[in-house]
Design a binder for this molecule. Structure first.
Ligand SMILES: [Zn+2]
Length: 97
């Protein structure tokens, strides 16, 4: 990011004739976009990918929540299975006596 040498305020990128100029909105000072300003757009891309990461994290949280629900369902099934198994063993033990 660049600042106006006169007003010391942030220069805004303005597109003109297919080129991007950094322009001071107070005094009208402008200069052609250079490598330093290219960094400005890189920062914006990073900001965008950050947002995407946040989106992914949110999706992961949703998946975690779903997985937790699935685990609950599975464990309930497991409990029922174990109960059946215990009942069967009991019946078996009774039959043996
Ligand atoms: Zn200025």
């Amino acid at each position: 990011m660049d600042f106006c040498p006169k007003c010391e305020i942030l220069l805004k990128p303005v597109k003109r004739d297919g080129k991007t100029y950094l322009t001071c909105k107070r005094c009208g000072f402008s200069k052609l976009l250079n490598a330093q300003s290219a960094r400005y757009s890189t920062t914006r891309i990073i900001e965008k990918s950050k947002h995407r990461t946040i989106g992914v994290v949110e999706e992961k949280e949703e998946l975690k929540e779903k997985a937790r629900e699935e685990v609950k369902e599975v464990s309930q099934e497991r409990v029922r299975e174990l109960m059946d198994l215990l009942n069967q063993e009991q019946e078996h033990a009774e039959a043996e006596e």
